[in-house]
Design a protein around this ligand. Structure first.
Ligand code: ZN
Length: 144
């Protein structure tokens, strides 16, 4: 099956093994979550300045899919405005549901374009994004 091959492609493996994004950030906003069914854990660190993600990283452990997804996430959101980050998140959710999404916005994340067909892996893929979503939500509530 082509899609399974893609799920563990060189690109995905490279992201999963990229330790440069796995670190803590002092003074950053932090949140974490875990995926009980697979044992994946992701703690996200976000440093914001003037509504822009100045720095982003994570600390975690788990399967290739969850780690590659978190790694791609912190790389793609770094340097982006909160609005852009929300747009990326929205497109990730569409991709996960099998709906139309903007490939240009998601970049390397399209390596996971078949994720909607594999519910168990979807949870792994979405873990980091659910943490991000919670952070964005609390930011919005905090700024009211
Ligand atoms: Zn997993």
């Amino acid at each position: 099956m082509d899609w399974m091959k893609e799920l563990y492609s060189d690109l995905v493996m490279r992201y999963a093994k990229d330790s440069s994004v796995q670190r803590t950030i002092d003074g950053a906003i932090s949140a974490e979550d875990r995926n009980e069914s697979c044992g994946d854990e992701v703690q996200l660190f976000l440093k914001l300045k003037d509504g822009v993600v100045e720095d982003a990283s994570f600390v975690g452990k788990g399967c290739v899919v969850s780690m590659a997804s978190a790694s791609m996430m912190v790389k793609i959101i770094k340097g982006k405005s909160i609005n852009e980050v929300e747009n990326i998140l929205g497109n990730v959710e569409k991709m996960m549901k099998g709906e139309d999404y903007d490939e240009d916005i998601l970049g390397d994340l399209v390596a996971f374009s078949g994720i909607s067909g594999i519910p168990a892996r979807s949870k792994c893929f979405y873990l980091a994004w659910s943490v991000l979503k919670n952070v964005l939500q609390s930011l919005r509530e905090g700024s009211k």
